[in-house]
Design a protein around this ligand. Structure first.
Ligand code: AMP
Length: 117
């Protein structure tokens, strides 16, 4: 069994978070340390530690994450200008919380995809 993270407590509303959307499959909330004017995390309600742990049974939740990202982007008025969806995986990906989360980042030009080394 994977160990729960703080994100499970957010899903169950046991700790405070700015939840902007929740349904039976996914939860979306504001990132506590925003990197852009819009920075929302969209997560499956079921604990999947990393993208490496994804199986076919997770496809409904993973698909819903994309749909909800699109809806939130439209609501925030950033859809036409554009935005970025990011899922980090493990150490090289820079993953810090081991409950899959999609970053929805936008509201300003984001530059090139990867930082120049
Ligand atoms: P990652 O590096 O992809 O694992 O991203 C983890 C993200 O979770 C970071 O952007 C953090 O700012 C964010 N984060 C960590 N704890 C919280 C929290 N309690 N509420 C909202 N966002 C959080």
């Amino acid at each position: 069994m994977a160990e729960e993270t703080i994100f499970s407590k957010i899903i169950r509303r046991e700790i405070p978070a700015d939840i902007v959307y929740q349904d039976e499959l996914v939860t979306a909330f504001s990132d506590i340390s925003p990197q852009a004017p819009t920075h929302v995390l969209i997560i499956p309600n079921v604990l999947i530690p990393t993208i490496n742990d994804v199986t076919a049974e997770h496809e409904p939740a993973l698909g819903r994450m994309i749909t909800v990202a699109s809806q939130i982007a439209a609501e925030r008025g950033i859809a036409d200008d554009g935005y970025r969806l990011i899922i980090n995986c493990n150490q090289h990906g820079g993953q810090e919380v081991f409950h899959i989360h999609m970053h929805l980042v936008g509201g300003k030009p984001l530059g090139r995809m990867l930082a120049q080394q």
